[in-house]
Design a protein around this ligand. Sequence first.
Ligand code: SF4
Length: 314
Amino acid sequence: MRVVLAQPRGFCAGVIRAIDIVEEALAKFGPPVYVRHEIVHNRHVVDALRAKGARFVEELSEVPAGAITIFSAHGVARRVEDEAQARGLRVLDATCPLVAKVHGRGRRYVAQGRVVILVGHAGHPEVEGTMGQIQGAAVLVQTERDVDALSFAPDTPVAYITQTTLSVDDTRAVISALERRFSDIVGPDIDDICYATQNRQSAVRELARIADVILVVGARNSSNSNRLREIGVEAGVPSYLIADGGELDAAWVRRADLVGITAGASAPEALVDDVIAALRRLAPVEVSVLPGIEEKVEFRLPAELLRLPRAAAA
Ligand code: SF4
């Protein structure tokens, strides 16, 4: 069996930064540190950090007064920031800088007096955070049909922003629908979809040209991983989202000469290796990597964390 890996795949700069923030906080303050929501959407990553002393909570009310508190890479609503401040929690913000950039863009549009339309998936923590940063002045659309259902007059000044991990093609279609619907509209085109999402989507499209089946390594609740699987399916290639090698179904690959593998932005490379090991238990495997973009993006850790020496007392 030939196995071809997409390039790039797996961890993005925002995920690496978020995990580093938790690890550095554990090294510098000692356990426990509290993390609001899964730091990134991957159970293996969360379990590994939990084993080192991170405690994951959904609400700040679960965090003891004065404790080190980390916001996840997806970002949080303003009310969460306010609650943390009111409770005197010591916050380290692991919000990806590219998500924070969307927050800033949305606030600027509100200040310009525009109705802000967020293109994104209801219920995703990034969308809840972005809506909450714009403080009630935004409406959410997911599809072209949602655009048709908007009740604003066609000449209402509007602006759009988007979730960072959407499908490039689907988002273009929704933006075109918005541009047809409103005469006074501004927005960043698809630039809010982050570099990592765009690069992984381009790479999986390349993979779909040659693969008989595609395995996307990632978590069920990972938005960008789900989009990678959908792109494979749309290209006509059976594509499966799998958390690790334990989820491999031999029937998926029984007739495949070439198995393509990619990984979502929150999936560690060790899980790709785990899937390859599971394939090797079915047949001899030859692995190669598709040529693709070498990503060089890096994000700095928060200054307050860099300043502290390791093992400093809180
Ligand atoms: S997928 Fe994009 S927006 Fe999300 S953490 Fe990674 S770089 Fe940041």
